[in-house]
Design a protein around this ligand. Structure first.
Ligand code: HEM
Length: 485
C-alpha cells in the first residue's frame, strides 16, 4: 500500500507513525527531520490510515490554497459522531452543510462587531475586570506581607476569554454571581490535560478500536460524562435563551449567535427545511465555537505569559514602546495598533513559539487529485502541517529561539510581514476566529504589559521546553505583578 503514496517514515503495524510524536513530544522534531529527509510532502500513518503531510509554505500554497476545495473535507469519525449524536457542528462536517454553517458563523461574527467598536468594547470590559482582580490580589498579598506570593493568571484570563465567547454566543458574561457556572464548563473543557492526557487516550482519539485492546476504559466510556456535561450546559443555555428571544422581531438587531441561529431556523422551517438549522446542530455549533475559541486563546495566552516571564529583556523592549506611545495608564485600543509595532512583533513571536497545533487537524481530499506526481484518490488523508512552517529555518533563522525582533524590519523599524507566519492555518478551513483571537491577544497583552511588570514568583520562571514538559501545556505557574503606573 505504501508504494501508492509519497515516501515517508516506516509505519508500525496498527499504530503507524503515532509513536514518533513522543520522540520527543509533541512531535515537532520528528516532523522537521522527516521534512528534511523526504521533502515538503511525505506520508505519515495515523494507525492504518495514510495522511499526506504538506510541510512547506510553497507546497501548501500549491495544494491547500490554489486547489482549496480538494483539501477541504474532514474524515467522518465514528467516535466523534457517537459523541455528537451524528454528523454535526462545523469542525467535523463537510460539503454544503459545513459551508452553510461556516458562512453563517462568519457572517454573525462580523455583525457582532469584529473589526468594529462593539467587540472591542466587550474585550475592554474584560480587561478592566482583569485589572481589578489583579490589583486586588496585589493588595491582598501586600496586606498580609506576602509580597512574594504569586498570582495564578491562567484562571483570570480564562474567565475573560470565556466571557467574551459566551457574550458572542449567548449574550451575557459570567458576572461574579455566575462564575461557578463558568468554572463548571471550564473543567469539562480541560479534558485534554486531565484524564485524556494518557498515551492510551491519545492513541484512541485517532484509533478508537484500540480501546478494546488496551487496558482500562475506552475513550467513549471516558467521554460519556463529558457528553452529558456539554449537552446539559448548552441545552440549558439554549432553553433559557429561547424564553428571552422574540423570534418574530425579524428586523431587530441580533444580540448574539443563538438568537441569529434561532431566527434563521424559523425562516428555514417556514420554507420546509427542518434539517439544516436543527436543534442538535445548534448545540454542536455552540460546543465547537466555545471549544475552539476558549482552548486556543487560553493556551496561547498562557504560553504568552510564560514567555513574558522567561524573557524579561524582551518584556522591557515592549514596555519601552508602550511608554513612548501610550505614556500613561489609559486603556489601549485597536486604534493604537499601528503605533505599537514592537507589541505586535512580540505577539507574533508568542504565537510562532507557542505553535499550539503540532500536527494540525486532519483533512481529506474531496476528489481524486495529483500530488507530487502521485495519483491520490478521493478520501485520502491530508494535513496542512503548519508547525514545521512556523519553525522553518529559512523564514525564521535560529527557529527555536524566542526573538520578537525577527518580526521587525531593521531599516524601517516597522513590523515585517513574514509569509510563513500562519498560526491560523491556510486554505478553506483556515480559522474563522482569527480576527477575534488577534483582537483579544493584542488588547490583552498591550494593556497588561502597560499596567504591570510581570515577574517570576519564588519558584522562578516556568519551563517552556515542550519536550521536557512532555505535552503542549505549560505546568501551572504563578507570577508576581508590579504596577507600572
Ligand atoms: C490564538 C487563537 C487561535 C488559534 C491559534 C487558532 C487556530 C486554528 C487552527 C490551526 C485551525 C485548524 C485549521 C485547519 O483545519 O487547517 C482552526 C480551526 C478553527 N477555529 Fe481557530 N484558532 C484560534 C482561535 C479561534 C477562535 C477565537 C474561534 C472562534 C470564535 C475559533 C474557531 C475555529 C473553528 C470553528 C475552526 C474550524 C473551522 C472549520 O473547520 O471550518 N478559533 N483554528
Amino acid at each position: 500500500k505504501r508504494r501508492n503514496f509519497p515516501p515517508g517514515p516506516i509505519p508500525l503495524p496498527l499504530i503507524g507513525n503515532l509513536l514518533s510524536l513522543r520522540n520527543p513530544p509533541p512531535g515537532y522534531e520528528a516532523f522537521i527531520y522527516w521534512r528534511k529527509k523526504y521533502g515538503d510532502i511525505y506520508t505519515f500513518w495515523v494507525g492504518t490510515r495514510p495522511y499526506l503531510l504538506i510541510s512547506g509554505l510553497e507546497a501548501l500554497k500549491e495544494t491547500f490554497v490554489k486547489d482549496g476545495e480538494v483539501y477541504a473535507d474532514k474524515k467522518p469519525m465514528s467516535f466523534q459522531e457517537s459523541f455528537r449524536g451524528g454528523s454535526f457542528g462545523i469542525v467535523e462536517t463537510n460539503g454544503d452543510f459545513w459551508r452553510t454553517h461556516r458562512r453563517f458563523a462568519l457572517h454573525q461574527f462580523k455583525d457582532f462587531g469584529l473589526g468594529k467598536d462593539r467587540m472591542q468594547e466587550r474585550i475592554l470590559i474584560e480587561i478592566r475586570d482583569i485589572f481589578e482582580r489583579c490589583d486586588q490580589k496585589i493588595l491582598e498579598g501586600q496586606a498580609q506581607d506576602e509580597k512574594n506570593k504569586g498570582i495564578f493568571l491562567k484562571d483570570i484570563f480564562d474567565q475573560a476569554i470565556g466571557n467574551i465567547i459566551n457574550q458572542m454566543m449567548f449574550g451575557y458574561r459570567f458576572e461574579k454571581s455566575r462564575s461557578s457556572e463558568f468554572q463548571k464548563i471550564r473543567k469539562f473543557f480541560d479534558f485534554q490535560t486531565g484524564e485524556f492526557a494518557t498515551f492510551s487516550m491519545r492513541v484512541q482519539f485517532f484509533l478508537p478500536w484500540m480501546g478494546y485492546i488496551l487496558p482500562g476504559p475506552t475513550i467513549l466510556e471516558r467521554f460519556e460524562k463529558y457528553r452529558i456535561g456539554f449537552t446539559e450546559f448548552f441545552g440549558k443555555q439554549i432553553a433559557d435563551h429561547k424564553l428571552e428571544i422574540d423570534l418574530d422581531d425579524e428586523d431587530g438587531e441580533n444580540k448574539d449567535y443563538v438568537e441569529a441561529y434561532l431566527k434563521e431556523q424559523k425562516r428555514r422551517e417556514a420554507d420546509g427545511d427542518f434539517e439544516t438549522f436543527s436543534n442538535v446542530q445548534l448545540s454542536n455549533m455552540c460546543l465547537d465555537l466555545w471549544f475552539a475559541a476558549l482552548m486556543t486563546t487560553s493556551n496561547t495566552t498562557n504560553w504568552g505569559m510564560a514567555y513574558v516571564v522567561n524573557y524579561l529583556e524582551e518584556q522591557k523592549w515592549v514596555q519601552e514602546e508602550l511608554d513612548r506611545v501610550v505614556a500613561g495608564d489609559r486603556l489601549i485600543t485597536t486604534a493604537d495598533r499601528a503605533d505599537l509595532q514592537r507589541t505586535q512583533a512580540f505577539l507574533n513571536e508568542i504565537q510562532r513559539c507557542a505553535n499550539i497545533v503540532p500536527l494540525n487537524l486532519l483533512h481529506m481530499t474531496t476528489r481524486d487529485t495529483l500530488i507530487n506526481g502521485y495519483q491520490i484518490k478521493k478520501g485520502t488523508g491530508v494535513v496542512a502541517q503548519i508547525s514545521t512552517v512556523l519553525l522553518d529555518e529559512k523564514a525564521f533563522p535560529d527557529p527555536w529561539k524566542f526573538n520578537p525582533s525577527r518580526f521587525i524590519d531593521e531599516e524601517s523599524g516597522k513590523l515585517k510581514k513574514i509569509e510563513e507566519f500562519i498560526p491560523f492555518s491556510i486554505g478553506k478551513r483556515q480559522c474563522p476566529g482569527e480576527g477575534l483571537a488577534k483582537m483579544e491577544l493584542f488588547l490583552f497583552f498591550a494593556n497588561f504589559l502597560n499596567r504591570y511588570e510581570v515577574l517570576p514568583d519564588e519558584n522562578g520562571p516556568p519551563c517552556i521546553v515542550k519536550s521536557e514538559l512532555g505535552s503542549m501545556h505549560t505546568k501551572d505557574f504563578n507570577v508576581k505583578l508590579r504596577r507600572r503606573h
